[in-house]
Design a protein around this ligand. Sequence first.
Ligand code: NDP
Ligand code: ZN
Length: 350
Amino acid sequence: MRGYGMKAVNQPAWLEKEKPVAGPMDAIVRPIAIAPCSSDTHALHGGSGEKIDTILGHEAVGEIVEVGSLVTKFKPGDVVVVPCVTPDWEQLGVQNSRSNAHDSHLMGSFKFLSQKDGTMAEFFHVNNADANLVNLPDEIPVESALMTVDMMSTGFHGVELAEIGFGDTVVVIGIGPVGLMAVAGAKLRGAGRIIAVGTRPNCVKIAKEYGATDIVSYKDGDIVEQIVAMTGGGSDRTIIAGGNEKTFAQAVAMTRECGVIANVNFFDVSETLSMPAYLWGLGMSNKDIRGGFCPGGARRIKKMLEMIKNGRVDPSKLITHRFYGFDAMEDAFKLMDEKPADLIKPVVFI
Ligand code: NDP
Ligand code: ZN
């Protein structure tokens, strides 16, 4: 079968691979719609270390073509929403209430792209199908469902980590698709003021539609100074959904005592995170620093779909570019890699 991915770091390519095989609890899925992600382009450029002959992609809605002998909830022909994080639920690390944990790997439940071939292929493999897949509800468009599997789940995880409360002043650093979902989630959680940091006009427009009350540009000077000045002291909660290693120290600096800094940004393996102790109140400021990866599994995605079904959020606003046909995966991926100013999220309908 064919799939689009990387021959090696910085070498994107179509790859020819064996069709995956379903174990007793697994499913083989044919993608109906996929979305490339910043994490795929990050991997292509070596951001997650050396990687060879790997099909990329981890966001998909698809049709089941085969199930293992122990799968009871799904059958060939079912259209399913596939979480980007698919835990082996029998793993003790996963049972330790963190669905992205694993006994032996960092982010071990993130299997596509990091441990096996991804979703940008004619077929892809899903482990623990019964516990990880969700039937696409009739009333939810494929493209909206596709935005739940990573963008919405990850952006909302930033909000969960930040423990946003009523009236909190929240800063969301980075308003690509992940940060935009964090803005929407912060509003749903009752934030008072939501300050979004970013510059692309499309993203700024959607950030306001999702609930941002203020926009700050990191190109207009130090964001710490800007935010401390406009809030009279800093944020209660700061979510990092973009930027670089400097952003980490900035997030700590702009957050008030007893506040929370919640990171969902992927830092690069080559980066070192550092900050002067003073910014963390010499360790005495009770500022919580947290970071986390998108939770996995069917229940999580069902909850995200429930929010769409009941009109709480419309993640399809993220989609700026639509492509059609299997071969268009290459164009969509290249666009994601180039990241033109008008791009938020591309989707390929196959
Ligand atoms: P984008 O690249 O689309 O967006 C990045 C945002 O950060 C943009 O708004 C950009 O501004 C802003 N930004 C860039 N540089 C700076 C800076 N120096 N200071 C402040 N803001 C800056 O990313 P995505 O939304 O696709 O993804 C965000 C992050 O989340 C990525 O690191 C991605 O890998 C990660 N991710 C994490 C997951 C998880 O589970 N933890 C899952 C999925 C993604 P501008 O408007 O100017 O472009
Ligand atoms: Zn992703």
